[in-house]
Structure formats: structure tokens, C-alpha cells
Design a protein around this ligand. Structure first.
Ligand code: FMN
Length: 346
């Protein structure tokens, strides 16, 4: 079905195509009959796929990465596609419009996207999140107009708003499209930031897992500093990685656009970051692996590198929802012969 739909969608500008797809998923997810149809087509239900990570049970290890459903409007439809988890956001404290359009571009030869969205979203007070069988992550970010010195206040307000509605909270300090945001990853900035967020979490019940999402464009030392800081303040895991500001693996025309590159050209680097973190932490710190997963092989690569869960976004745009089923079916086959990808079985 997506083979017929994709050429039509690809004739539209990427953001229009995305709104259309998300609207369809919202509509199909809100009606029981179409929701069950999606489930019958895409959802693989098998207990052998279940994974436990940071105390949370996931029905399978494949999630939807942040940025696809920024306001959580289509969670029911997305859950029916068979995702084990859905990360909504990035959500900011106040509504914001994001950068001027156009702000998303396709690079089809490279199976990649470039985006400089800048966190357009409805703001935390206008977001309602339903419960489904998919676990829900909420990715939170500093507002564009919030000075870096006050970033912790934004994250804490967002944590307080969503802790009771989320299975985990992702602290986004790695988007290239909010000026200054990635400076929060610096060694001197990250520890106090994560500590203040962890302290705020301690006052909340139930305890919600906290993860930090990092950029791929960091040195090993910088990665080690963030992981160490996260572990020191009792964070629960790391999401590796966000989009890259490098342009390796894309044709010259794609270098004119500012923003983050995602999809196939990011695959190797993000797997490298996952492998590095898994080695440094002896596999004891949960990793959600994301970047360039587009088929079963690229999904298994990340799980074998040490990710407990994986996420997709650009792969979904190029391959459609069959990708979720394809990976889950491959994991079942793999798990029967070599159950080594499950580091933290349910
Ligand atoms: C259009 C678009 C919007 C995105 N928005 C967000 C976002 O709001 N917050 C975030 O943490 N990551 C965002 N991302 C990054 C993805 O969550 C993911 O980390 C990255 O795209 C790599 O995965 P992929 O290669 O499977 O797309 C966005 C990516 C794209 C392509």
C-alpha cells in the first residue's frame, strides 16, 4: 500500500506530506474499525519480543523517534502500527512556531532528510496523551527564547507536567535547530543541568525514568562526560543519537540546507556511538539506539552494538509502516536461533 502512496506523498513538500500522513494516522487511530485494521496489517504480537528497560516493560524493542508526532495527536494510530514505544515531542513549556518554512528536505538518493524545524509544538499545556499498549516517552526541550542559564527551569516545569503521563522522559540537549541548545552537552553544563532535573524528579511520585538524548557530533571524551554525569545523578539511560550537522554521504545539493541530517548517512556514526557507550558502561546503562535504521539488518546492528531499544523516523518516511513489522519478524527469527540481542529480557 505504501508503495502506491509514497510517490504521491513525495510529490508534496515534505512537511505537507507529513501532516497529511499524521492526520490520516490520527483519523485511523481514533476509529475502532480502522485501528483494528492497522493492527491486523502491521502489529506483530509475540511475547518473545518483549524487553524490559529501566524498569519498564516494552512489548517489542522498536519505537518511534521524537519529532514525528510532536504534539502526540496520533498516538493511537501509531500504536496500532505495532511500535513498542512512541516518543512524542519535542515539547516546550510554551507553544512555539518553529523556524520559517521550508524547514524539511528529502535527499532520496541518500535515503536521508535534512530538517531545521526548531521545535514547533503546541506547548505543554495543550498536549493530552492517551494510554495505549505502546509505552510513551515524552521528549522535552528548552524553549527558543529561554536563556541557557534558565534552561533547567524549563526542563523541570516540563518534567512536572508530564511525569504522570509518560513511561519515560527524554531530555533533549542535542537538537541542532535551537540556538545554543547543544552547548548544554558541555561537561561543565551537563552535570548541573541533569542534577537539577534529577532532584526535581525525586520529589515526584511515581518515579519516572529519565534519559538524555545526545548528538552524534561529539568526541569520545564529550560522550564519556555526559554518560558519567547521567550515571552520577541516577539518570536511567541515554538516547543515541539525534541528527548530525555533518554532511558526509549526501550529494552536493543537500549541503545548502542548514539543520540536522538523518537517515542512512547517520547509521554508522550512531551505531559507533552506541558501541562506545555500551563498552564504557559494560552494557549496564540502557541505550536507546537511533539513527539510520531502515531495515532488519540496520536494526539488528544497533541491538548487537548494545542498544536495548531502537527507534526509527526517517526509515518510516522512506519505507512506510511495513518496516516495523519487518524488523519485529526478523527479530523473532533471530531470537529463535541466537537470543543474543536481548540484553535485558522482560
Ligand atoms: C523532521 C524531523 C524532526 C525531528 N524532530 C526531533 C525533535 O523534535 N526532537 C528530537 O529529539 N529529535 C528530533 N528528530 C531526530 C530524530 O528523533 C532522530 O534522532 C534522528 O532523525 C535519527 O533517526 P532516523 O535516522 O531514524 O531519522 C527529528 C528528525 C527529523 C527527521
Amino acid at each position: 500500500m505504501y508503495d502506491t502512496l509514497r510517490p504521491l506523498l513525495f510529490r508534496l513538500d515534505p512537511e505537507t506530506a507529513h501532516h497529511l500522513t499524521l492526520g490520516l494516522l490520527k483519523w485511523a487511530g481514533d476509529l475502532p474499525a480502522t485501528r483494528e485494521l492497522l493492527r491486523a496489517m502491521f502489529d506483530v504480537q509475540d511475547e518473545r519480543l518483549a524487553v524490559r528497560a529501566f524498569g519498564v516493560h516494552f512489548k517489542n524493542p522498536i519505537g518511534l523517534a521524537a519529532g514525528y508526532d510532536k504534539n502526540g495527536i496520533a498516538v493511537r494510530g501509531l500504536a496500532a502500527l505495532g511500535f513498542g514505544h512512541i516518543e512524542v515531542g519535542t515539547v516546550t513549556r510554551l507553544p512555539q512556531a518553529g523556524n520559517a518554512k521550508p524547514r524539511v528536505w528529502r535527499v532520496p538518493e541518500s535515503r536521508a532528510l535534512v530538517n531545521r524545524m526548531g521545535f514547533p509544538n503546541n506547548g505543554m499545556q495543550n498536549i493530552r496523551l492517551p494510554r495505549t499498549d505502546a509505552r510513551l516517552g515524552v521528549n522535552i526541550g528548552k524553549g527558543r527564547d529561554t536563556p541557557l542559564e534558565s534552561a533547567a527551569e524549563d526542563y523541570i516545569a516540563l518534567l512536572q507536567a508530564f511525569h504522570a503521563h509518560a513511561d519515560y522522559i527524554a531530555i533533549n540537549v542535542s537538537s541542532p535547530n535551537t540556538p545554543g541548545l547543544r552547548a548544554l552537552q558541555a561537561r561543565d553544563a551537563i552535570e548541573p543541568l541533569l542534577r537539577q532535573i534529577a532532584d526535581a524528579r525525586a520529589a515526584l511520585s511515581p518515579r519516572v525514568p529519565l534519559l538524555v538524548k545526545i548528538a552524534p557530533d561529539l568526541s569520545d571524551d564529550e560522550i564519556d562526560g555526559i554518560v558519567q554525569a547521567a550515571r552520577d545523578v541516577a539518570f536511567d539511560g541515554i538516547i543515541a543519537t539525534n541528527t548530525t550537522v555533518t554532511r558526509a554521504g549526501v550529494p552536493a545539493y543537500a549541503k545548502q540546507w542548514e539543520g540536522g541530517l538523518s537517515g542512512a548517512p547517520l547509521r554508522a556514526r550512531s551505531t559507533q556511538v552506541i558501541r562506545h557507550i555500551a563498552a564504557q558502561t559494560r552494557g549496564e546503562f540502557p541505550i536507546i539506539g537511533v539513527g539510520g535504521v531502515s531495515d532488519a539488518a540496520s536494526a539488528l546492528e544497533k541491538l548487537h552494538a548494545g542498544a536495548t531499544l531502537i527507534q526509527i523516523l526517517t526509515g518510516l518516511v522512506y519505507r512506510g509502516p511495513r518496516l516495523v513489522r519487518e524488523i519485529n519478524e526478523a527479530l523473532l527469527r533471530e531470537n529463535l536461533s541466537q537470543p543474543k540481542w536481548v540484553l535485558h529480557p522482560a
